[in-house]
Design a binder for this molecule. Structure first.
Ligand code: PLP
Length: 379
């Protein structure tokens, strides 16, 4: 049986967890949390990083930080995970769903401006499959209409955007805020885990407070105040140092993990190219301004029936391929709140995307046999 995902252990996770436990400080912001923050800030030039218990939490922190009020509008793709919108709905926002690009499931950057009203407060681009949205276009709109940009970079660790100026920037370093996930299905993981990146320094102090139940405990631990108390609203968004210890073992191996995942991606792409050439399936498109971080390999089928049939055939061959993201604008929770616009590309991706097994330990033989099953199915 070839599973869809298999979390990869680098081997040091248990060792670092043991060290964290022995250190005697296993609540949040211990030695491993600090090591993780330092790593991400140095490697990607992020202004400030804060580990959270999930990307969902990091997005909820972002909604609090930009002070979303009931009635504020937030523009985001409909083709995304529920957490992207839930975080803002919890603050009373109205979600204005935007369609996807025709060549890629990311938000259609050219369709955003028509959705902006005087109530719009933020744009939340999702770097689907770790492939960048066209951030110059989005940041230009944000500047023109004075909006915040929160990058949902859940899948986008170690991926880049090359702007008009030719400079290559890490995803998560461009918007005012960005949220990453370290869920076990992501490239670098801690079981459950996430990170908020604060690029706009004006949010830095308040982010620490919101993450620590609305208290200034972080300042207290640094000796900057002599007692701590309740200074703002907040919640418990910080993970135990045990999670950070696990994560540190992963990030020490990030270059090797990324190398292998990209290799797997290219092997699939090469083997399945003939099916695309015959017009039978679509392969992922990486726009010129984006890099590929090997997060996901998906194919697109001609319709939902073709996808259902192929999933069954793969399953009969002991291969688990999955689809995801049902258009959020048509979800049981949001359909009645949606303004009725049709989003044809979103619906097409909802019906047609199939994700193939993708994990560090997938072997060359696995990739070959998966590709062969797909090719034999069609020819
Ligand atoms: C995984 C994912 C999330 C949620 O991440 P968690 O860490 O599980 O909360 C949010 N948005 C996108 C696009 C994701 O892929």
């Amino acid at each position: 049986m070839i599973p869809f995902n298999k979390p990869y252990l680098t081997g040091k996770e248990g060792h670092y967890i043991y060290q964290a436990v022995l250190s005697g400080k296993i609540s949040g912001d211990g030695i491993f949390t600090k090591k993780c923050h330092d790593f991400f800030e140095k490697k990607y030039g992020f202004n400030k990083c804060l580990l959270t218990t999930s990307c969902t939490d990091a997005l909820e922190m972002a909604a609090l930080l930009i002070d979303i009020q009931p009635g504020d509008e937030v523009i985001m793709p409909s083709y995304t995970f529920v957490s992207t919108s839930n975080a803002f709905v919890l603050r009373g926002a109205k979600i204005v769903f935007c369609d996807s690009r025709t060549d890629h499931p990311g938000i259609d950057e050219d369709a955003i401006e028509a959705l902006i009203t005087d109530k719009t407060k933020a744009i939340v681009p999702v770097h689907y499959a770790g492939v960048a949205c066209d951030m110059d276009k989005i940041m230009d709109l944000a500047a023109k209409y004075k909006l915040y940009v929160v990058e949902d970079a859940a899948q986008a660790i170690d991926s880049y955007y090359t702007g008009r100026d030719g400079v290559k920037r890490p995803l998560g370093s461009i918007g005012h805020l960005a949220a990453f996930s370290f869920h076990e299905t992501k490239n670098i993981m801690a079981g459950e885990g996430g990170m908020l990146v604060i690029n706009d320094q004006k949010f830095a102090d308040r982010a620490e407070i919101i993450r620590e139940k609305g208290t200034n405990r972080s300042k207290f631990f640094r000796g900057e105040v002599d007692k701590y108390g309740w200074v703002d609203m907040g919640s418990s968004f910080l993970p135990s140092d045990i999670i950070a210890a696990f994560l540190y073992a992963q990030i020490e191996n990030i270059d090797e993990i990324q190398r292998r995942r990209k290799e797997i991606w290219h092997a699939y792409s090469r083997l399945l190219q003939p099916l695309q050439d015959k017009g039978i399936i679509g392969l992922p498109v990486i726009p010129d301004f984006a890099s590929n971080n090997g997060h996901m390999f998906y194919i697109t089928l001609k319709d939902i029936d073709a996808r259902t049939a192929l999933i069954a055939d793969l399953k009969a061959n002991n291969i688990y391929a999955v689809f995801h993201y049902l258009s959020l604008h048509k979800s049981p929770f949001y359909e009645a709140k949606h303004d009725g616009r049709v989003l044809p590309e979103t619906d097409r991706y909802t019906d047609c995307i199939l994700r193939l097994p993708m994990f560090y330990e997938l072997t060359e033989d696995n990739i070959k046999s998966i590709s062969e099953v797909i090719i034999n199915y069609f020819v």
